[in-house]
Design a protein around this ligand. Structure first.
Ligand code: IDP
Length: 164
C-alpha cells in the first residue's frame, strides 16, 4: 500500500500594521526590511493621512482614557504608512515584533522589539498592530476599505472585459 504524504497547510492570517507619523520619515525603510526579514508578505502598503474620525474609530476602546485626545492629535499629525501583513499567526507575530506598549518599560524584556528600537515613549511608540484577528479585519476595512473596493471593482471590470 502506497504511503500517502500528508501535507498540513496552515492558512495565513492578515493584520493591519501602521508606522506612526513621527517614525515614518526616519525609520520606514528599516522597519520594512525587518518586516520582510521576519517572513511577512506585504499585501498592500500606502502612505495615508488618517482622518480624526478614523483615528477615533481605530482607538474607540480608549476614548475614556485621559490620553485619548493626545493620541488622536498625534496620529493626525502627519501621514502614517499603512500595511496589510500576511503570515501564519500574523496578529500575534506582528505584536511580538512590535513589543510592549511602553518602550521604556521593555528595554530588558523585549530589547530587540521595534518599539524599543524606534519608540520614544508610551505615546510615541513607533508602530501599531491589531489586537486580534477580528479587529484586524475591521481595521483593514477602516484604513484600506476604499482601496480594496476600487481594486475589486477594477478586477471585476477586467474580468468582464476579458469575457466580453
Ligand atoms: P497597543 O498599541 O500596544 O495595542 P493600546 O493600549 O491599545 O496599546 O494603546 C493604543 C496606543 O495609545 C498606544 O500604542 C500608545 O500610542 C497610546 N497609549 C497607550 N497607553 C498610553 C498612556 O498611558 N499614555 C499615553 N499614550 C498611551
Amino acid at each position: 500500500q502506497a504511503e500517502q504524504e500528508i501535507q498540513v497547510v496552515f492558512p495565513p492570517e492578515q493584520t493591519l500594521a501602521l508606522i506612526k507619523p513621527d517614525t515614518v520619515e526616519e525609520h520606514k525603510d528599516e522597519i520594512l526590511k525587518a518586516i520582510q526579514d521576519a517572513g511577512f508578505s506585504i499585501l498592500h502598503m500606502m502612505a495615508v493621512c488618517l482622518s480624526q474620525a478614523d483615528i477615533e474609530k481605530l482607538y474607540r476602546k480608549l476614548q475614556d482614557k485621559p490620553f485619548f485626545n493626545q493620541l488622536v492629535d498625534f496620529m493626525c499629525s502627519g501621514p502614517c504608512m499603512a500595511l496589510i501583513l500576511s503570515k501564519f499567526r500574523a496578529v500575534h507575530e506582528w505584536r511580538a515584533m512590535m513589543g510592549p506598549t511602553d518602550p521604556c518599560q521593555a528595554r530588558e524584556t523585549a530589547a530587540e522589539s521595534l518599539r524599543v528600537h524606534f519608540g520614544k515613549d508610551i505615546l510615541h511608540n513607533a508602530v501599531h498592530g491589531s489586537s486580534s484577528s477580528e479587529r484586524a479585519n475591521e481595521e483593514i476595512h477602516l484604513v484600506f476599505g476604499d482601496v480594496c473596493r476600487e481594486e475589486n471593482q477594477a478586477s471585476l471590470l477586467h474580468e468582464a472585459s476579458a469575457t466580453a
